[in-house]
Design a protein around this ligand. Structure first.
Ligand code: SF4
Length: 345
């Protein structure tokens, strides 16, 4: 083993993360954890993972569920395309592989929502196959350790990082080594304030030895984050609220949200008139901001108490739900926050 991999393996055994529910588990659990851990930290994932596995203990159970049931368990975790892809992949596994998770890397790579690094992590962790991973954290570790300049999102830089990731792979202990890389990226070689003093590979780390830890990996020039404005119509009849199912793709695809008026789409009065809705009370609530990876959404909620449930509620994809019941459904985080506020008041 290279000194990098042997040092990482011994460090993981002593100081890495152990006892996580998907460690040493079957491939379905490893796959689920890898998808949930994309863009999300372990502490956040743990309760979602436990609830999800309790509800869908096998690939077959996941495939048999409706997308809405799956998204209800994903509700609050964000990046909902992950949940939709996971569900779709489970259905493909049932159709194409009789419910047995495919054994070959190339087959895994063809499943929706699984890229090169995730497929490799599944093979390495579940089957101890010698495969290199390169997620965001590992890119940072390798860019620093190998002293690679340039933004890690650039194709040429990424190719260089993949090449290093392959070269550094040990012949043995591949699952421990893979876990070690992930643990290092999450706990030692963090974006800001890395703990180089505790790092097992400090002596060989180019960034540390050349005093470039804080400039590697090279950051892209910051672009201004686009800002969007929207209005949420909280149509209430007693304790019931009107929700609409979003189209299947997009950021909140397949989730339930209050009717939403985008900028320029018209004012609240126009919406009410178009849908023949009579309102007995109208209150504009405080605007708040929800931040996505690529933009900020400023949301103005307008509370509207309606006299009668309008006819539109009988259309497919539109539902009146008790607020309490809606909170158990497939809803995104800002809607959850608003419903919780409504429940309290
Ligand atoms: S020495 Fe510091 S910068 Fe280098 S790999 Fe270790 S934690 Fe990262």
């Amino acid at each position: 083993m290279s000194s990098f991999s042997s040092q990482l393996v011994s460090w993981q055994r002593q100081h890495g993360r152990h006892g996580l529910p998907w460690q040493g588990a079957d491939v379905y659990r490893v796959w689920l954890s890898e998808i949930m851990l994309q863009q999300t930290q372990v502490a956040t994932v743990l309760p979602y993972y436990q609830r999800f596995i309790a509800a869908f203990p096998t690939v077959a159970a996941l495939a048999a569920a409706s997308q809405e049931q799956v998204l209800a368990y994903w509700s609050g975790l964000g990046y909902y395309a992950r949940g939709r892809n996971l569900h779709h992949a489970a259905q493909l596994i049932v159709e194409q592989y009789h419910g047995k998770f495919p054994r070959r890397y190339e087959q895994i790579l063809e499943l929706p929502g699984i890229g090169r690094s995730t497929a490799a992590a599944i093979c390495a962790l579940a089957w101890h196959e010698r495969r290199a991973i390169l997620d965001g954290n590992v890119k940072r570790v390798l860019a620093r350790y190998c002293g690679i300049e340039g933004a890690t999102g650039d194709k040429a830089v990424e190719a260089q990082l993949w090449q290093r990731a392959e070269t550094l792979l040990p012949q043995r202990y591949i699952a421990i080594y893979t876990q070690a890389l992930m643990d290092m990226g999450a706990t030692l070689c963090t974006r800001s304030k890395p703990k180089c003093g505790e790092c097992p590979v400090q002596a060989g780390c180019v960034a540390c030895q050349t005093d470039r830890v804080h400039v590697l990996p090279t950051s892209r020039p910051r672009k201004a984050v686009p800002e969007k404005h929207t209005t949420f119509l909280l149509l209430l009849h007693g304790n019931d609220i009107l929700l609409e199912k979003r189209a299947p793709s997009g950021i909140w695809g397949g989730l339930w949200c209050p009717p939403q008026l985008e900028d320029g789409q018209g004012v609240v009065a126009g919406y009410l008139q178009r849908n023949g809705i009579t309102v007995s009370e109208r209150t504009e609530l405080d605007e708040f901001t929800h931040t996505f990876t690529h933009f900020k959404l400023h949301i103005t909620p307008v509370l509207l108490c309606v006299e009668h449930k309008p006819l539109q509620a009988q259309q497919p994809g539109i539902i009146w739900l008790d607020v309490e019941e809606a909170l158990n459904g497939a809803i995104p985080t800002p809607v959850r926050m608003l419903l919780e506020k409504l429940r309290r008041s």
